[in-house]
Design a protein around this ligand. Structure first.
Ligand code: ES4
Ligand code: ZN
Length: 325
């Protein structure tokens, strides 16, 4: 019953790393096609390696996986495979991250990456009736100069990118490290978002809001440690793009029964459900909804509220939001 409801519910995804949707089967196919060595013998072995202690132990494997992506067609194939999954899950709109620095550091051209992704997104709008926006994320373990270089490369592709984001190793890399590049991005007309309060403290969420002027917070579950911040999120309807299965896999919460997303929803925080890196964390958006609903009892209105929240928090235009709600 709940399963049918969730499957049929139109969904909007706001937190998805396209590199994190690389399934082991496609990783193998691309490794062969591009003659790239990967430290696994078959796709089953890859899936078995996905046991993580924390964010960093995941990131180490995730950046390795991305090495098989070389040509524009590879970025197309990766994105298209994700969009086909979206169709199955009744996702009507998605806002996806890409990490250009993961690829440009290996000698891949910025245009190769973005043109492959963008072509798949445009084709999905035509053929699958799925709309989308693309968010360029800076790697926060690198320095601000590297982010400035990446922003400069993005300027030629402004028409394809709606916002800039901030991801990778959170602890020790606070939002203030990137305040000038975000300032510049805002001046260039990009919206901003940032991962904050996943493993890092609530103060990183406050910094992201005050210094990076973010439109929403990615993860943000540590907001509960600062009641003033929590009130601010509620009053100003600032959305959190929460990723339940990711949080369990990376041990942000021990069990789904302890996850705070339902409690935040009932406090009127604008929380949304997203899949983050579904190929690594064991499920796409429907599975994330199901995992929460199975662990914590919710009524159907509450489940549907996640979609209303996501429509509101999305970067689609105002008239389109009204039409969808
Ligand atoms: C990420 Cl779960 C998560 N956190 C931070 N950075 C990331 N990049 C990809 N997945
Ligand atoms: Zn993420």
């Amino acid at each position: 019953m709940i399963k049918k409801f969730i499957q049929g519910l139109p969904k909007v995804e706001l937190h998805l790393h396209i590199e994190g949707s690389l399934e082991p089967e496609l990783m193998f196919k691309l490794a062969q096609r591009n003659n790239i060595n990967i430290p696994f013998n078959d796709p089953n072995e890859v899936a078995k390696a996905y046991e993580f202690e924390n964010l960093q132990s995941f990131l180490d494997i995730y950046y390795q996986g991305a090495n098989v992506l070389i040509h524009e067609q590879d970025f197309f194939d990766l994105t298209w495979a994700y969009l086909l999954r979206c169709k199955q899950d009744n996702v009507i709109h998605t806002e996806i991250f890409f990490d250009p620095q993961t690829h440009t550091a290996r000698g891949i051209q910025f245009s190769t990456i973005i043109n492959g992704i963008d072509r798949a997104l445009k084709q999905a709008e035509q053929e699958l009736n799925i709309t989308s926006n693309l968010i360029m994320s800076f790697l926060r373990h690198l320095d601000e100069d590297a982010a400035f270089e990446t922003l400069a490369q993005a300027l030629q592709h402004k028409d394809k990118i709606i916002a800039v984001g901030l991801d990778s190793s959170e602890q020790g890399n606070p939002p203030n490290k990137f305040q000038y590049v975000f300032q510049q991005a805002l001046k260039e007309g990009f919206l901003t978002v940032a991962h904050a309060g996943e493993e890092g403290p609530a103060s990183y969420i406050t910094e992201a809001l005050n210094l990076l002027k973010v439109s929403r917070i990615d993860h943000g579950v540590r907001c509960v440690d600062d009641l003033e911040l929590l009130e601010h999120l509620i009053t100003h309807k600032i959305a959190l793009t929460v990723c339940p299965l990711s949080n369990i896999k990376l041990r942000v919460f021990e069990h789904m029964e302890q996850h705070n997303i339902v409690s935040l929803l009932r406090k009127n925080v604008c929380v949304t459900i997203n899949s983050d890196d579904p190929a690594y964390f064991g499920g796409y958006i429907t599975n994330n909804f199901l995992a929460v609903a199975q662990a914590q009892e919710m009524n159907l209105d509450e489940i549907a509220q996640f979609t209303y929240n996501a429509i509101n928090a999305s970067f689609i235009n105002h008239d389109e939001k009204i039409r969808l709600t």
